[in-house]
Design a binder for this molecule. Structure first.
Ligand code: HEC
Ligand code: HEC
Ligand code: HEC
Ligand code: HEC
Ligand code: HEC
Length: 216
């Protein structure tokens, strides 16, 4: 008699889940597949103000957390309110045309309508703090933001499910010391997988690959 070994129970669970989600998959493809441009690598919408990360981060050396204040503590990174810009721009280039919308926004109390670049579908759950506090750097997911100029931020990575899972299954090469999470040009001094402490760090983090972790 053919007896299936115990581990095949896992396969049956997977088949059951795939079976149960296949109709959902079709619905989702129909609903979202028609507008793929918003999730493509290279997507770079025109922004209302020609703000340059290259200038403010690359040249002036501002840390990401000066503006994206909740990135270590919350699910969302937040786009800075105009008040943060005015910390400097109340004085610097007070008359510049390129800052007129910033001044109007501040005077009128209306937020600047920045166009969203990265946007996961609502059915996928993502939390910044869970990543940043475990030593995954911004650059792993957003690319060299410090080289993105006044044409705006663009999407550097696919943000697809396969992309999330590639890292979740082998996080070690993507981990770095916590004090380097916002550093854009940090690089391990050796082959990341060859370094003992980093292997240990990799063992201490176990990113989930079960469906319910990301689809709640
Ligand atoms: C002086 C403030 C400031 C600093 C410092 C700053 N940013 Fe930004 N960031 C902004 C503003 C304003 C926007 C919205 C405009 C845009 O998307 O270009 C933005 C947008 C972004 C976006 C796109 C958000 C979206 O809509 O998906 C990413 C990603 C980002 N920043 C990452 C970073 C990283 C990484 C750093 C540090 C290396 C950083 N930022 C430093 C102000 C800042
Ligand atoms: C820590 C100070 C500081 C903060 C905060 C800051 N900026 Fe700036 N910004 C500067 C400096 C300094 C320059 C000029 C750099 C140069 O040309 O040498 C500048 C230049 C600019 C320019 C180009 C102005 C021109 O006429 O060329 C724009 C647009 C701009 N900033 C937008 C913003 C926005 C939007 C924010 C908020 C999200 C912001 N800045 C926050 C310091 C700051
Ligand atoms: C593991 C990947 C990953 C890392 C690391 C990461 N981000 Fe993100 N970021 C994303 C994803 C995915 C989104 C889209 C989130 C959504 O649509 O809900 C996003 C969105 C953003 C946004 C838009 C606002 C928001 O929260 O949706 C900003 C700003 C941002 N990230 C900045 C940063 C900064 C700054 C860092 C480093 C301190 C960072 N991110 C690290 C994946 C990452
Ligand atoms: C570059 C590597 C990397 C990428 C890309 C990445 N993750 Fe993660 N993820 C991690 C690490 C590391 C952890 C922390 C695991 C731990 O704490 O043990 C984690 C943890 C998580 C968790 C569990 C923590 C929580 O908030 O419940 C979720 C959910 C998650 N990631 C979702 C996503 C999604 C969705 C994407 C794609 C949009 C993504 N991740 C992309 C590395 C990554
Ligand atoms: C690490 C996070 C993560 C895990 C684990 C995960 N997903 Fe996803 N999933 C995502 C993200 C992010 C998207 C959105 C992709 C996009 O916008 O292109 C997605 C999209 C989907 C879609 C929509 C269609 C598609 O392919 O884009 C289905 C269906 C789906 N996931 C099912 C599953 C099932 C079933 C599992 C378990 C076997 C699972 N997911 C595990 C992050 C995850």
């Amino acid at each position: 008699m053919l007896v299936f070994p115990k581990w095949t129970n896992g396969i049956r669970v997977v088949i059951a889940i795939v079976g149960a989600t296949a109709p959902l998959y079709v619905v989702l493809l129909v609903a979202f597949g028609a507008s793929p441009s918003a999730t493509d690598v290279g997507y770079q919408p025109v922004q209302p103000v020609a703000y340059s990360h290259e200038l403010h981060v690359g040249e002036l050396g501002l840390d990401c957390r000066y503006c994206h204040t909740t990135v270590e503590t919350g699910a969302h990174a937040t786009i800075p309110p105009t008040k943060i810009c005015m910390n400097c721009h109340a004085r610097i280039f007070g008359q510049s045309d390129r800052l007129s919308l910033v001044r109007q926004s501040y005077a009128g109390g209306m937020p600047i309508e920045w166009v969203r670049v990265h946007d996961l579908p609502d059915y996928a759950y993502f939390d910044h703090s869970a990543h940043v506090r475990r030593g995954v750097g911004c650059v792993s997911c957003h690319g060299r933001v410090d080289k993105m100029d006044e044409s705006g931020v663009y999407q550097a990575e696919p943000l697809s499910m396969g992309w999330c899972l590639d890292c979740h299954r082998q996080p070690a090469p993507h981990l770095r010391p916590l004090d380097a999470v916002t550093a854009m040009d940090w690089a391990p001094s050796e082959d990341p997988l060859a370094i003992g402490p980093r292997r240990e760090a990799a063992g201490a983090v176990s990113p989930p690959d079960d469906c319910a972790a990301c689809h709640r």
